[in-house]
Design a protein around this ligand. Sequence first.
Ligand code: SF4
Ligand code: SF4
Length: 193
Amino acid sequence: MKEQKGIQREGRLTLDFIDEMKQIPGGEQIALCIQCGTCSGSCPTSHLMTHTPRRLIAMTRAGMRKEVLESPDIWLCTSCYYCYVRCPRGIKVTDLMYAYKRLSARDKFGIQKRGYKLGKIFMSVVNKYGRNNELELLAKFFGFANPIGGIKNTFIGLGLFLKGRLPLKTHKIKDLGGFKKIVNKAEELARLP
Ligand code: SF4
Ligand code: SF4
């Protein structure tokens, strides 16, 4: 029988996905969600998402593991924490989004997504200088991960450069070694089994 669009067969679902999420840092409170939609209504990037934060939680409960972890929407979270402070159930939605990203990266659902690539490049730049270098970040991201986007955004980049927002000079922080130790420890703590 032909499957209707939007309808999932139970055999294709991962019904213990919610239990898996509860085990990883950030995912513990997912069962408390009442689906009120405050997170999605507050989210500054939800208008760009197919699956908003509220919906991602509903999909997790429904066992749609592949659809959630493959979704480019989880990479659109900018960690603004607006959902986090407004959720009436005290759910740390931002942490939940991080949990999705970690799982998506570990299980290789997300490595082709631009958001994942941007995060990787951002971390390599920050590890190098102890802070961001906007020009290097944009050059690497648009050069390696999104050349067409680079062409489209040339004039925005030029405008930022002319206003001194993309400085050519690079500044390193003083204690780069100490900073790297902190980053390594954080990565160690966030590592999934
Ligand atoms: S605001 Fe909280 S309770 Fe409401 S849908 Fe979002 S996560 Fe669920
Ligand atoms: S933290 Fe992420 S999911 Fe939450 S409101 Fe901000 S951008 Fe949206």
